[in-house]
Design a protein around this ligand. Structure first.
Ligand code: PEP
Ligand code: MG
Length: 269
Protein backbone atom coordinates (compact mmCIF):
# COMPACT_ATOMS: atom_id res chain seq x y z
CA UNK A 1 0.00 0.00 0.00
CA UNK A 2 2.96 2.30 0.60
CA UNK A 3 4.57 1.82 -2.82
CA UNK A 4 2.86 4.71 -4.63
CA UNK A 5 3.67 7.09 -1.81
CA UNK A 6 7.28 5.86 -1.64
CA UNK A 7 7.73 6.32 -5.39
CA UNK A 8 6.20 9.77 -5.31
CA UNK A 9 8.65 10.74 -2.54
CA UNK A 10 11.66 9.66 -4.62
CA UNK A 11 12.51 6.22 -3.27
CA UNK A 12 15.10 4.15 -5.08
CA UNK A 13 14.00 0.79 -3.77
CA UNK A 14 12.62 -0.99 -0.73
CA UNK A 15 15.22 -1.36 2.03
CA UNK A 16 13.02 -3.35 4.38
CA UNK A 17 9.92 -5.30 3.46
CA UNK A 18 8.64 -6.62 6.77
CA UNK A 19 7.19 -9.93 5.59
CA UNK A 20 5.61 -10.65 8.97
CA UNK A 21 2.69 -8.41 8.01
CA UNK A 22 1.58 -11.14 5.59
CA UNK A 23 1.29 -13.51 8.55
CA UNK A 24 -0.70 -11.28 10.89
CA UNK A 25 -4.44 -11.29 11.52
CA UNK A 26 -5.09 -14.79 10.18
CA UNK A 27 -5.21 -18.32 11.50
CA UNK A 28 -3.00 -20.06 8.89
CA UNK A 29 0.31 -18.80 7.53
CA UNK A 30 0.17 -17.76 3.85
CA UNK A 31 1.17 -20.56 1.47
CA UNK A 32 3.94 -20.34 -1.13
CA UNK A 33 1.74 -19.03 -3.95
CA UNK A 34 0.14 -16.37 -1.79
CA UNK A 35 3.53 -15.16 -0.57
CA UNK A 36 4.93 -15.27 -4.09
CA UNK A 37 2.06 -13.07 -5.36
CA UNK A 38 2.57 -10.55 -2.57
CA UNK A 39 6.34 -10.31 -3.20
CA UNK A 40 5.85 -10.24 -6.95
CA UNK A 41 3.48 -7.29 -6.76
CA UNK A 42 6.05 -5.25 -4.81
CA UNK A 43 8.90 -6.31 -7.08
CA UNK A 44 7.01 -5.47 -10.28
CA UNK A 45 5.82 -2.11 -9.03
CA UNK A 46 9.28 -1.16 -7.75
CA UNK A 47 11.24 -2.32 -10.80
CA UNK A 48 13.93 -1.47 -11.78
CA UNK A 49 14.69 -0.63 -8.15
CA UNK A 50 15.64 -3.44 -5.74
CA UNK A 51 13.31 -4.85 -3.09
CA UNK A 52 14.85 -6.18 0.11
CA UNK A 53 12.62 -8.83 1.63
CA UNK A 54 13.26 -9.70 5.24
CA UNK A 55 12.30 -13.22 6.22
CA UNK A 56 9.70 -13.61 8.93
CA UNK A 57 10.50 -11.66 12.08
CA UNK A 58 7.90 -12.65 14.62
CA UNK A 59 8.30 -12.83 18.37
CA UNK A 60 9.47 -10.12 20.75
CA UNK A 61 7.18 -7.14 20.29
CA UNK A 62 5.81 -8.61 17.02
CA UNK A 63 3.53 -11.11 18.62
CA UNK A 64 1.44 -13.16 16.19
CA UNK A 65 -0.77 -15.27 18.49
CA UNK A 66 -1.56 -17.89 15.85
CA UNK A 67 2.06 -18.94 15.45
CA UNK A 68 4.03 -17.55 18.40
CA UNK A 69 4.75 -19.13 21.74
CA UNK A 70 2.77 -17.35 24.41
CA UNK A 71 4.59 -18.50 27.52
CA UNK A 72 7.95 -16.81 27.16
CA UNK A 73 9.27 -15.00 30.22
CA UNK A 74 11.39 -12.67 28.12
CA UNK A 75 10.10 -12.57 24.54
CA UNK A 76 12.58 -9.94 23.31
CA UNK A 77 15.29 -12.51 23.98
CA UNK A 78 13.22 -15.52 23.13
CA UNK A 79 12.18 -17.50 20.09
CA UNK A 80 12.03 -14.53 17.74
CA UNK A 81 13.26 -13.57 14.28
CA UNK A 82 15.52 -16.11 12.62
CA UNK A 83 15.37 -18.37 15.68
CA UNK A 84 11.68 -18.90 15.04
CA UNK A 85 12.26 -19.58 11.31
CA UNK A 86 15.05 -22.06 11.95
CA UNK A 87 12.75 -23.85 14.35
CA UNK A 88 9.88 -23.94 11.83
CA UNK A 89 11.72 -25.64 8.96
CA UNK A 90 8.71 -26.09 6.72
CA UNK A 91 7.42 -22.52 7.09
CA UNK A 92 10.91 -21.15 6.43
CA UNK A 93 11.34 -23.29 3.33
CA UNK A 94 7.99 -22.08 1.95
CA UNK A 95 9.03 -18.48 2.46
CA UNK A 96 12.48 -18.93 0.90
CA UNK A 97 10.96 -20.61 -2.15
CA UNK A 98 8.44 -17.77 -2.56
CA UNK A 99 11.16 -15.11 -2.29
CA UNK A 100 13.40 -16.97 -4.75
CA UNK A 101 10.56 -17.28 -7.25
CA UNK A 102 9.90 -13.53 -6.99
CA UNK A 103 13.60 -12.90 -7.71
CA UNK A 104 13.08 -14.13 -11.28
CA UNK A 105 10.91 -11.07 -11.94
CA UNK A 106 13.08 -8.17 -10.78
CA UNK A 107 15.90 -7.28 -8.41
CA UNK A 108 15.25 -8.95 -5.05
CA UNK A 109 17.54 -9.15 -2.03
CA UNK A 110 16.81 -11.38 0.92
CA UNK A 111 17.87 -10.75 4.50
CA UNK A 112 17.67 -12.59 7.78
CA UNK A 113 16.63 -10.86 11.05
CA UNK A 114 18.10 -11.20 14.56
CA UNK A 115 21.28 -13.03 13.59
CA UNK A 116 23.61 -13.52 16.55
CA UNK A 117 26.30 -15.88 15.28
CA UNK A 118 28.10 -17.52 12.38
CA UNK A 119 26.64 -21.00 12.93
CA UNK A 120 23.13 -19.60 12.78
CA UNK A 121 23.95 -17.73 9.58
CA UNK A 122 25.49 -20.84 8.00
CA UNK A 123 22.31 -22.72 8.79
CA UNK A 124 20.25 -20.02 7.03
CA UNK A 125 22.52 -20.21 3.99
CA UNK A 126 22.17 -24.00 3.91
CA UNK A 127 18.40 -23.73 4.01
CA UNK A 128 18.51 -21.16 1.22
CA UNK A 129 20.72 -23.47 -0.84
CA UNK A 130 18.35 -26.36 -0.32
CA UNK A 131 15.35 -24.23 -1.40
CA UNK A 132 17.34 -23.29 -4.53
CA UNK A 133 18.08 -26.96 -5.23
CA UNK A 134 14.42 -27.83 -4.98
CA UNK A 135 13.49 -25.11 -7.46
CA UNK A 136 16.29 -26.14 -9.83
CA UNK A 137 15.05 -29.71 -9.82
CA UNK A 138 11.51 -28.52 -10.50
CA UNK A 139 12.73 -26.27 -13.32
CA UNK A 140 11.41 -23.15 -11.58
CA UNK A 141 13.20 -19.89 -12.41
CA UNK A 142 14.95 -17.70 -9.83
CA UNK A 143 17.89 -15.30 -9.70
CA UNK A 144 21.00 -17.41 -9.09
CA UNK A 145 22.82 -14.24 -7.98
CA UNK A 146 20.17 -12.95 -5.56
CA UNK A 147 22.09 -10.94 -2.94
CA UNK A 148 21.86 -12.30 0.60
CA UNK A 149 22.21 -10.11 3.66
CA UNK A 150 21.64 -10.00 7.36
CA UNK A 151 20.19 -7.52 9.78
CA UNK A 152 22.77 -6.35 12.28
CA UNK A 153 20.57 -5.70 15.28
CA UNK A 154 22.16 -7.55 18.16
CA UNK A 155 25.34 -6.54 20.02
CA UNK A 156 26.70 -9.99 19.25
CA UNK A 157 26.33 -9.46 15.48
CA UNK A 158 27.96 -6.03 15.77
CA UNK A 159 30.93 -7.43 17.72
CA UNK A 160 31.59 -10.23 15.21
CA UNK A 161 30.58 -8.25 12.13
CA UNK A 162 34.00 -9.01 10.59
CA UNK A 163 33.26 -12.76 10.75
CA UNK A 164 29.70 -12.45 9.53
CA UNK A 165 30.70 -10.19 6.63
CA UNK A 166 32.61 -13.05 4.98
CA UNK A 167 29.40 -14.95 4.36
CA UNK A 168 27.02 -12.30 3.02
CA UNK A 169 26.62 -9.66 0.32
CA UNK A 170 25.32 -6.88 2.55
CA UNK A 171 24.51 -5.75 6.08
CA UNK A 172 21.43 -3.83 7.06
CA UNK A 173 21.63 -2.21 10.47
CA UNK A 174 18.43 -2.47 12.48
CA UNK A 175 18.92 0.31 14.99
CA UNK A 176 15.51 -0.16 16.63
CA UNK A 177 16.69 -3.43 18.10
CA UNK A 178 20.42 -2.69 18.15
CA UNK A 179 19.87 0.30 20.44
CA UNK A 180 17.44 -1.67 22.59
CA UNK A 181 19.89 -4.52 23.12
CA UNK A 182 23.06 -2.40 23.36
CA UNK A 183 21.64 -0.09 25.98
CA UNK A 184 19.35 -2.64 27.67
CA UNK A 185 16.38 -0.34 27.06
CA UNK A 186 13.07 -1.87 26.03
CA UNK A 187 12.20 -0.03 22.81
CA UNK A 188 8.52 0.07 23.72
CA UNK A 189 8.74 1.05 27.38
CA UNK A 190 7.69 4.67 27.85
CA UNK A 191 9.10 4.85 31.38
CA UNK A 192 12.67 4.50 30.16
CA UNK A 193 12.29 6.19 26.78
CA UNK A 194 14.73 8.88 27.92
CA UNK A 195 17.46 6.23 27.98
CA UNK A 196 16.87 5.26 24.36
CA UNK A 197 19.71 7.29 22.83
CA UNK A 198 20.73 6.70 19.22
CA UNK A 199 23.87 8.80 19.75
CA UNK A 200 24.98 6.97 22.90
CA UNK A 201 28.75 6.33 22.57
CA UNK A 202 28.12 2.57 22.82
CA UNK A 203 25.77 2.73 19.84
CA UNK A 204 28.17 4.87 17.82
CA UNK A 205 31.00 2.47 18.60
CA UNK A 206 28.85 -0.46 17.47
CA UNK A 207 27.95 1.35 14.24
CA UNK A 208 31.56 2.12 13.57
CA UNK A 209 32.60 -1.54 14.11
CA UNK A 210 29.91 -2.70 11.71
CA UNK A 211 30.88 -0.18 9.02
CA UNK A 212 34.59 -1.00 9.31
CA UNK A 213 33.92 -4.72 9.01
CA UNK A 214 31.72 -4.14 5.97
CA UNK A 215 34.30 -1.94 4.31
CA UNK A 216 37.18 -4.35 4.95
CA UNK A 217 35.19 -7.17 3.41
CA UNK A 218 33.94 -5.11 0.51
CA UNK A 219 30.26 -5.50 1.26
CA UNK A 220 27.55 -2.83 1.28
CA UNK A 221 26.09 -1.55 4.51
CA UNK A 222 22.67 -0.01 4.78
CA UNK A 223 20.52 1.06 7.69
CA UNK A 224 16.83 0.27 8.04
CA UNK A 225 16.08 1.19 11.65
CA UNK A 226 14.20 4.42 12.48
CA UNK A 227 17.49 6.22 13.03
CA UNK A 228 18.02 6.18 9.24
CA UNK A 229 14.97 8.37 8.63
CA UNK A 230 15.75 11.06 11.19
CA UNK A 231 17.47 14.05 9.54
CA UNK A 232 19.25 14.75 12.80
CA UNK A 233 21.48 11.72 12.21
CA UNK A 234 21.96 11.88 8.43
CA UNK A 235 25.37 13.53 8.52
CA UNK A 236 26.85 11.12 11.01
CA UNK A 237 25.53 8.08 9.15
CA UNK A 238 27.00 9.38 5.92
CA UNK A 239 30.34 9.94 7.65
CA UNK A 240 30.33 6.42 9.05
CA UNK A 241 30.06 5.06 5.51
CA UNK A 242 26.47 3.85 5.45
CA UNK A 243 25.58 3.94 1.79
CA UNK A 244 21.85 3.24 1.84
CA UNK A 245 19.21 4.61 4.17
CA UNK A 246 15.82 2.98 4.40
CA UNK A 247 12.92 4.86 5.96
CA UNK A 248 9.22 5.55 5.98
CA UNK A 249 8.24 7.17 2.67
CA UNK A 250 7.29 10.45 4.32
CA UNK A 251 10.85 10.89 5.64
CA UNK A 252 12.58 10.63 2.26
CA UNK A 253 12.43 14.26 1.03
CA UNK A 254 13.90 15.74 4.21
CA UNK A 255 16.78 13.27 4.34
CA UNK A 256 17.48 13.69 0.62
CA UNK A 257 17.54 17.43 1.05
CA UNK A 258 20.25 17.14 3.68
CA UNK A 259 22.27 14.64 1.66
CA UNK A 260 22.26 16.99 -1.34
CA UNK A 261 23.60 19.85 0.75
CA UNK A 262 26.47 18.15 2.51
CA UNK A 263 29.91 17.03 1.48
CA UNK A 264 30.81 13.42 2.26
CA UNK A 265 34.41 14.35 3.08
CA UNK A 266 33.16 16.86 5.66
CA UNK A 267 30.83 14.29 7.23
CA UNK A 268 33.78 11.90 7.60
CA UNK A 269 35.73 14.47 9.62
C1 PEP B 1 15.18 -2.73 13.63
O1 PEP B 1 15.26 -3.48 14.60
O2 PEP B 1 15.79 -1.64 13.55
C2 PEP B 1 14.34 -3.08 12.47
C3 PEP B 1 14.35 -2.38 11.36
O3 PEP B 1 13.52 -4.14 12.62
P1 PEP B 1 12.11 -4.05 13.40
O4 PEP B 1 11.86 -2.62 13.77
O5 PEP B 1 11.12 -4.62 12.46
O6 PEP B 1 12.39 -4.93 14.57
MG1 MG C 1 14.47 -5.49 14.47
Amino acid sequence: MEISLALSQGTEGVGLMRSEFLFMGRTEPPDEDEQFSAYLEVVERMAPHPVTIRTLDVGGDKFVPEINLSDEMNPAMGLRGIRFSLNEKQMFNVQLRAILRASAHGPVRVMFPMITGVAELRECLMRLESAKNELRQEGVAFDEEMPVGIMIETPSAALIADQLARHVDFFSIGTNDLIQYCLAVDRANEHIAYLYEPLHPAVLRALSLICEAAEKNGIAVSMCGEMAGDPLYTLILLGLGISELSMNPSGIPRVKRILRQVDKAVSEE
